[in-house]
Design a protein around this ligand. Structure first.
Ligand SMILES: Cc1ncc(COP(=O)(O)O)c(C=O)c1O
Length: 430
């Protein structure tokens, strides 16, 4: 850290520690001071330009003029809470549910956490049961209810109405030697056991919640047939499926929704992060009867949600994604980048896997014994930053280099990133 030097960043860091209280996390071995962004580029206080290979909130690109204009125009005209008739948020709900096809009505909120909490409450009201099943290395948000789902080991009973199951993956299968449908069945057996346990405990079973692409788990390859079998098991047990599209949605995978990319049909869909391109905007969507049961029971209100401003900005984001062909770009450029990473980096012994869909990729690193190598992944992320490319670490063991750029990423920047990644790994092995 630069804490003792007298550089402007050292001063800012010292002020930050006082203003925020020490312990507020920063990326990289030395913190990065950013002041401006444009497209898939961000600029540091020292004038250096970085290719942003990490940020998904500005999915349409940093400081997109169409978003800035929509934000300014609506704020200049009117912004109120939702207890007046107003066009933009209604139009956004119509547009969003139209794109999702499996939902009909929307409840807006201001963060993914809030939207997930609403989804859980909808499922509980609809089923009359409390139990929620999640995956064991997930993250869905940070309040007390939703935070109970974070990194909860399978079998842990500390939250009476939450059980986790091992996240389905092929790299480190649940039982050695299991592959394909048999491996999927082994994970499904754990799901059914968790549901049965919740029922036996008296909590009952309300819902399975998962990110369709298991983003925080490190984008594992999911055993063939798992999603369809999981949906069948959940429905047979009288529960609902909540798809957390906070990371997977809005074109990230090269399709509008992660659930389409993996063949899952959810009952409740949660969106957030990229929805407002930085304006706090999230949504919980479902069939109308589910939403109306929730509204009837809770009289839910959220001061900043479903506002004209959220509506106008949310509509502008969808419009830019469509008019600039960004979802198609995620599909095509993402596939090219993934194949090129595999080809260029595949010979390095520490690289276990390159995975992902669209413009959301993970490169997993292991040591010479095949154990997760968090230090190596972190060193590479710092080396990439030194070369002008922003990534981060992620995954169940924090040993994956996570690549999740704005969908506005240009091909030339993706190719330059590939070179930089190859050089960073080569330098580490030199
Ligand atoms: C998959 C997923 N769901 C939900 C959330 C929570 O969103 P928020 O930080 O807006 O509360 C996150 C945040 O990282 C996330 O990754």
């Amino acid at each position: 850290m630069t804490g003792t030097s007298k550089t402007p960043d050292a001063d800012l860091l010292a002020r930050r520690d006082l203003a925020f209280g020490k312990g507020a996390k920063l990326f990289y071995d030395t913190p990065l001071h950013l002041v401006r962004g444009a497209g898939a580029h961000v600029f540091a206080a020292d004038g250096r330009r970085y290719v942003d290979m990490y940020n998904n909130v500005p999915c349409v690109g940093h400081a997109h003029p169409r978003i800035v204009e929509a934000m300014a125009r609506q704020q200049a005209a009117l912004n109120t809470h939702s207890r007046y008739l107003s066009e933009p948020a209604i139009a956004l709900a119509e547009r969003l549910t139209g794109l999702q096809r499996v939902t009909q009505s929307a409840i807006f909120s201001c963060s993914g956490t809030e939207a997930i909490e609403i989804a859980i409450r909808i499922a509980r009201i609809a089923t009359g049961a409390g139990g929620i099943v999640c995956t064991d290395h997930t993250y869905h948000g940070n309040n007390m209810l939703v935070g109970a789902l974070t990194n909860l080991p399978a079998g842990d009973t500390r939250h009476p109405d939450v059980r986790s199951i091992p996240f389905p993956e092929t790299l480190r299968p649940l039982a050695p030697g299991l592959t394909g449908e048999a491996l999927a069945d082994a994970y499904i057996a754990r799901l059914i056991a968790a549901i049965d346990e919740l029922k036996a405990s008296g909590a009952g079973f309300a819902a399975l919640i998962l990110c369709p692409i298991l983003a925080n788990e490190g984008l594992p390859d999911i055993p063939q047939g798992f999603m369809a079998k999981a949906a069948a098991a959940v429905r047979a047990a009288g529960g609902l499926i909540i798809a957390d599209e906070v990371q997977a949605g809005y074109g990230r995978t090269g399709q509008w929704w992660g659930y389409d990319a993996v063949g899952l049909v959810p009952d409740i869909v949660v969106t957030g992060k990229p929805m407002g391109a930085g304006l706090p905007l999230a949504a919980t969507t479902a069939k109308r009867d589910l939403v109306e049961a929730f509204r009837g029971e809770t009289r839910y209100f959220n001061t900043f949600a479903a506002s004209p401003l959220q509506g106008a900005v949310g509509l502008a984001v969808i419009e830019v994604l469509e008019s600039e062909g960004l979802i198609e770009r995620a599909r095509v450029l993402g596939a090219e980048l993934k194949a090129a990473l595999r080809q260029r980096l595949g010979h390095w012994p520490g690289l276990a896997d390159v995975r992902g869909l669209g413009l959301f990729l993970a490169a997993e690193f292991v040591d010479s014994d095949g154990a997760p190598d968090t230090a190596q992944a972190f060193e590479l992320v710092c080396a990439l930053r030194d070369k002008g490319f922003l990534t981060s670490i992620d995954g169940a063991f924090n040993n994956c280099v996570k690549m999740r750029p704005p969908l506005a990423l240009q091909r030339a920047d993706a190719l330059a990133f590939l070179d930089a990644f190859d050089r960073a790994v080569a330098e580490r092995h030199a």
